[in-house]
Structure formats: structure tokens, C-alpha cells
Design a protein. Structure first.
Length: 276
């Protein structure tokens, strides 16, 4: 069984000091485990509910900060892109390019990301849209295949982050994990965005972080290759997605639980107990 992939960090780059300190502190936690850790943070939250909310430092300053974290702390880095023009520059710095759920069907963005990592061992993590069925991700995978990124490389990851359930709410259908696994890609479970309440606070999203741990444990029991969690030292003061982020002091305990469960069940989804 491969090492658990952990993608963890704040929603957005709030400032350089916070990012550097948080990356350093998360590394101290993850060093206690035999896992494959990727520090994540966004340089721009281009899909915020309101123009009045914080978006981040932008591409140039954001990549400068992430590059410093990568070099000084010897960490692998993940960040997301929202525009075709960002793919090449981002690929020069990060180890994983992430495509947000809202943009998972944007063909030009997919092509640009695939081209940006061509000839490297860098990865792409693409989140399943809240509006898509798990099997709809087959067409997304095919777009990558047609542009040189095959699932057989292990370099294309698919992430479950919940499905729209009425207004301002998401729900996780855990059948999606084995369904997407059948597409041949490593499966990541996004435990923090799955408890998000999109637009639930009017000009910003709400969330129910009390359900992060139960859902993360459940995903580990079904079978996953990795877990995605946004983490902050004080979520109450975070500039984006605070209501669904994991407090830093809770991270070690949660990782411990996930690893224990995964060590029992493995990374592959359990076979059905129902005979056809």
C-alpha cells in the first residue's frame, strides 16, 4: 500500500509570515507519520461570493511566497489555477496543479494544465464539480488522456468534495469513491470543503467543521489514496473558509485516526458484499 497522501494548508495565502509559520508547524506534525505531505495554499480565490471579501496576493507574489516555503522547508507544494495563462508559470514552482471543482469541465484549462506538466513527474489534482455525478468525471479524465496525461501514470488525481444538496448545502455520497476509483486514478477526499455551506453567510460561505473528522474517517474506511484538509491556527480569524477549516491543534489526532483506519482496510474500496 502506498503512503497516504495528505494535502493540508490554509485556504488562501493571507500573508507571508502566516504561511511560512503554518507550513513549518504542519511539517512538524506530518514528520511524525510515514505519509506523503503536500502543503497547499491559494494565491487567488477567484470564485469568492463577494467582491468585498479577501482573494489573496495574486499570482506573482503568491508564487514567490510558495517558492520560499518550498525551498526553505523542503516541502512539496500544491496550488490551484483559474485561468489558462496561469498554468505554465505555476508549473515552474509547484509539484501539483489543482483545478477547482467549479472549473473541472473547462476544456482549455485542462489542456493548459496537461501541457504545463508534460515531460515531468508533476501531478494534477482535479476536483469533481459539486454539480457532477461521479461517472461524469470519465469525460474529464478522457480530456486529460487526449492531451498526454494518462491515469496509468498515477499523476492525475481525482478529488471528491461533496455534491450540491438543495440550497447552501453539500452532501457526500461515499459511493462516489469506488465509482471514481474505477476510472484508474488515485482518489483524494476533501474533508473540509465537503462540509462547506456555499454562500451560507450571505456574502461568504459557511461551514460545519464539526463534521470534518467523521467524514474523513468514513472516507478512509471506504478506501482512498489521500485526504485534503484546509488547516489554520485560528479558523475564526481566517480570511477565507474559516467555518470549515481544521484548527491546527486538531490535525495530529485526525491524521492518526485516518492512518489507523486505512491500515486496516487499505487504500482500495472494499468489494461489494452483494453477489450479482
Amino acid at each position: 500500500m502506498d503512503k497516504l497522501k495528505l494535502i493540508a494548508g490554509p485556504c488562501v495565502i493571507e500573508n507571508e509570515d502566516l504561511i511560512y509559520s503554518l507550513a513549518e508547524r504542519i511539517k512538524l506534525v506530518t514528520n511524525k507519520f510515514n505519509i506523503d505531505y503536500f502543503f497547499k495554499a491559494s494565491f487567488d480565490k477567484a470564485n469568492r461570493s463577494s467582491c468585498s471579501t479577501f482573494r489573496g496576493p495574486g499570482l506573482e507574489k503568491g508564487l514567490e511566497i510558495l517558492s520560499k516555503v518550498k525551498k526553505d522547508l523542503s516541502l512539496k507544494i500544491l496550488t490551484d489555477i483559474h485561468e489558462v495563462s496561469q498554468a505554465e508559470e505555476v508549473a515552474k514552482i509547484v509539484d501539483v496543479i489543482q483545478i477547482p471543482a467549479f472549473l473541472c469541465r473547462q476544456t482549455d484549462l485542462i489542456i493548459s494544465a496537461a501541457k504545463a506538466i508534460k515531460g515531468t513527474n508533476k501531478k494534477i489534482n482535479i476536483k469533481k464539480g459539486q454539480f457532477l455525478a461521479p461517472w461524469d468525471m470519465l469525460q474529464v479524465v478522457k480530456k486529460f488522456e487526449e492531451n498526454g496525461l494518462s491515469p496509468s501514470t498515477g499523476n492525475l488525481w481525482l478529488t471528491e468534495r461533496g455534491s450540491s444538496f438543495g440550497y447552501n448545502n453539500l452532501i457526500v455520497d461515499f459511493r462516489s469513491l469506488p465509482q471514481m476509483k474505477s476510472l484508474g486514478c488515485p482518489i483524494i477526499f476533501d474533508a473540509t470543503h465537503s462540509v462547506q455551506q456555499p454562500g451560507g453567510q450571505g456574502n461568504k460561505s459557511g461551514g460545519q467543521r464539526e463534521f470534518v473528522a467523521p467524514l474523513a474517517r468514513a472516507a478512509a474506511a471506504v478506501g482512498i489514496e489521500g485526504i485534503f484538509m484546509e488547516v489554520h491556527p485560528t479558523p475564526e480569524t481566517a480570511l477565507s473558509d474559516g467555518p470549515n477549516m481544521v484548527p491546527l491543534h486538531k490535525l495530529e489526532c485526525l491524521i492518526t485516526d485516518i492512518i489507523k483506519i486505512r491500515n486496516v482496510v487499505g487504500e482500495n474500496p472494499a468489494n461489494s458484499t452483494i453477489e450479482n
